[in-house]
Design a protein around this ligand. Structure first.
Ligand SMILES: Cc1cc2nc3c(=O)[nH]c(=O)nc-3n(C[C@H](O)[C@H](O)[C@H](O)COP(=O)(O)OP(=O)(O)OC[C@H]3O[C@@H](n4cnc5c(N)ncnc54)[C@H](O)[C@@H]3O)c2cc1C
Length: 105
């Protein structure tokens, strides 16, 4: 789901440390205090709580969009835009909208 959105946007993927710790995504994608520091034009945090150690790696992003089903997730405080909702419902809709906008089938 995340790679589909990244591919539609022409974006790279990243992850939080727990995700790379369980080898769900490769270690080189882990951002934060103990991982990479990134500074993209747009960072979309999908199902990331916003722990201080994660924010340390992404707080130089120009625009931060947070998608989280918990309205109290700390990441919303650091977000330029926030969507409260289930990522499994929200993300495919964004991907479809991006594809439509770009004329990708
Ligand atoms: C010394 C030290 C260094 C660390 N360094 C790093 C680091 O470099 N990088 C890093 O990332 N972490 C680091 N951590 C870990 C950090 O403290 C957090 O534990 C970690 O960032 C949490 O990762 P997470 O947001 O993926 O998971 P969680 O905190 O478990 O958050 C998951 C989030 O997903 C949301 N969610 C779940 N299901 C859905 C759904 N279906 N739709 C929408 N939202 C959903 C939940 O509401 C929750 O907010 C470090 C910790 C320590 C102690």
């Amino acid at each position: 789901m995340v790679t589909d959105l990244a591919s539609a946007l022409g974006a790279a993927t990243a992850c939080s440390r727990p995700v790379s710790d369980v080898n769900w995504r490769p270690h080189h994608e882990h951002v934060g205090q103990t991982g990479l520091a990134i500074a993209p034009n747009l960072y979309i945090a999908i199902g990331i709580s916003g722990a201080i150690q994660h924010l340390a790696g992404v707080n130089r992003s120009k625009v931060i969009v947070v998608i989280n089903k918990d309205p109290e997730a700390p990441f919303f405080k650091a977000a330029d835009y926030g969507i409260v909702g289930d990522a499994f419902e929200v993300v495919p809709k964004i991907t479809e909208a991006v594809k439509k906008l770009k004329g990708i089938s």
